[in-house]
Design a protein around this ligand. Structure first.
Ligand SMILES: *Cc1c(COP(=O)(O)O)cnc(C)c1O
Length: 431
């Protein structure tokens, strides 16, 4: 199976994180997101342990909140000694509501408004990751007004093409994120930051893309960032304490995807960074990484109930479920792969080929096409695997469909972390 938290019971049912999915569907209804807390903690520990082994105690993985941002997630991250990256006051608010320590929070985003800068400083955010020259001036101005010195990293674009989906590729010179190295503007960016007396420049950040199976782009990013750090030292006499290499390590969605050894990948990246530092006589900076998907994706599973089935002779079969692009827009957005399983019929042959469709009024509302599952009947439970990242956090109320609940499972005990939205929840802001 795609992840080791999936097993088959003697009763022919799919088990997730030690629990029978058919029983879970009965108890919590469908659609429902399930999250394996043990798996989340296991992944956090791989990052914290490996980064510290490679780079010492100052190294820190920052969980990329956007992948899955709820209060309970921040409590877990806090207990696991992770940092976080946040991209909006909403994420800051959620983290604060969970008691997450703001000194370990890094504020991202390519268009932080003045109000958002004020909000983040009010909350005493640890670091701003400054995206551009306008923002640099705005953060300096607000910090000066308060008489504080704000710690910042600068986001630079190393000009690396990670060969992933264009919409999740961010490290090219043509990107809305960061300041380009290739054009020389990144050096000017560093120079300006160093000249601002209410900012304390701590280092540099880059993020080359997401869902990477080939780690070469990340190794290259490490090498390029070290070279840039050395260049800044040589030009301006400033040595960065931190280099943040962003997120992006891939996750297995279907059996044909490779398995990624996270710890080994981190070590390989570390080797390149250390070798380059040695070559350039640079003290090895503390390395930060920003994993999102690789922390939560395979900790998630969504259960749906099959409704209608449509067999278009000679064309294809459609199987409709009680959710869709409102709870998982990723196939619609990026044609993302997912493994779909008829969860109550694991002992039967999966030889029915179909497209799994949602219930929205959009032809593009599909969860997956061309999947092989056991012939489904109305009322069967379908499991869609690896839905922990970019599902709940990308969900919507399109067609006035309430968001599913999030049920967490720890040590084979389930508990509700987010209630199912009600119709009243959906209209509560409406006059
Ligand atoms: C999306 C993003 C991440 C996380 O990417 P994953 O592929 O989920 O690991 C990290 N940092 C930045 C700046 C991002 O935009």
């Amino acid at each position: 199976m795609v992840c080791d938290n999936l097993t088959v019971g003697a009763n022919g049912h799919l088990y997730f994180a030690g629990l029978d999915t058919i029983e879970l569907a009965k108890e919590y209804g469908t659609p429902t997101y399930f999250m394996d807390e043990n798996k989340i903690r296991e992944k956090c520990r791989i990052y914290t342990k490996t980064l510290k082994e490679c780079f010492g105690d100052k190294a820190l993985p920052l969980y990329a909140s956007k992948a899955f941002s709820i209060k309970q997630m921040y409590r877990i991250l806090s207990e696991e000694h992770m940092g976080i990256d946040v991209v909006s006051p909403g994420e800051i608010y959620t983290a604060c509501a969970a008691g997450f320590p703001m000194e370990r929070a890094f504020f991202h985003g390519n268009n932080k408004s003045d109000e958002e800068i004020v909000y983040a400083m009010d909350k005493q955010i640890g670091y701003f990751i400054v995206d551009n020259f306008d923002e640099l001036a705005a953060v300096q101005a607000e910090a000066a007004k308060r008489g504080i010195v704000q710690k910042v990293l600068l986001r630079v674009t190393p000009g690396i093409d990670p060969h992933t989906h264009q919409k999740i590729s961010t490290g090219n010179v043509d990107s809305k994120f960061g300041v380009a190295m290739q054009t020389g503007q990144a050096l000017e960016f560093a120079k300006q930051a160093l000249s601002m007396d209410s900012l304390s420049l701590k280092g540099f950040h880059c993020h080359v893309g997401s869902q990477l199976f080939d780690i070469e782009p990340l190794r290259e990013a490490g090498r390029t960032m070290v070279q840039f750090t050395a260049q800044v030292r040589d030009r301006f006499g400033y040595t960065a304490e931190l280099i943040d290499l962003g997120g992006g390590l891939g996750v297995r969605y279907v059996d044909s995807d490779p398995e990624i050894d996270l710890a080994a990948s981190i070590r390989e990246i570390a080797d390149v960074v250390k070798a380059e530092c040695a070559a350039l006589h640079l003290d090895v900076p503390a390395i930060l990484m920003e994993p999102g998907r690789s922390i939560v994706a395979d900790a998630g599973l969504t259960l749906y109930t099959v409704g209608s089935k449509k067999e278009i002779s000679g064309i294809k079969n459609y199987v409709s479920i009680d959710g869709g692009m409102t709870d998982n827009p990723r196939y619609t957005l990026y044609s993302s792969d997912y493994t779909v399983i008829n969860a109550g019929k694991m002992h039967e042959k999966a030889d029915y080929v179909c497209s799994v469709a949602g219930k929205c009024c959009e032809s593009g509302d599909l969860i997956q096409e061309g999947v092989h599952i056991v012939t489904p009947e109305r009322g069967d439970i379908l499991a869609v695997c690896t839905t922990g990242a970019y599902n709940y956090s990308m969900s919507s109320n399109y067609n006035a469909i309430p968001r599913p609940p999030v049920v967490m499972i720890r040590d084979a005990k389930a508990y509700v972390a987010v209630e199912r939205e009600t119709f009243d929840d959906m209209i509560c802001c409406q006059k």
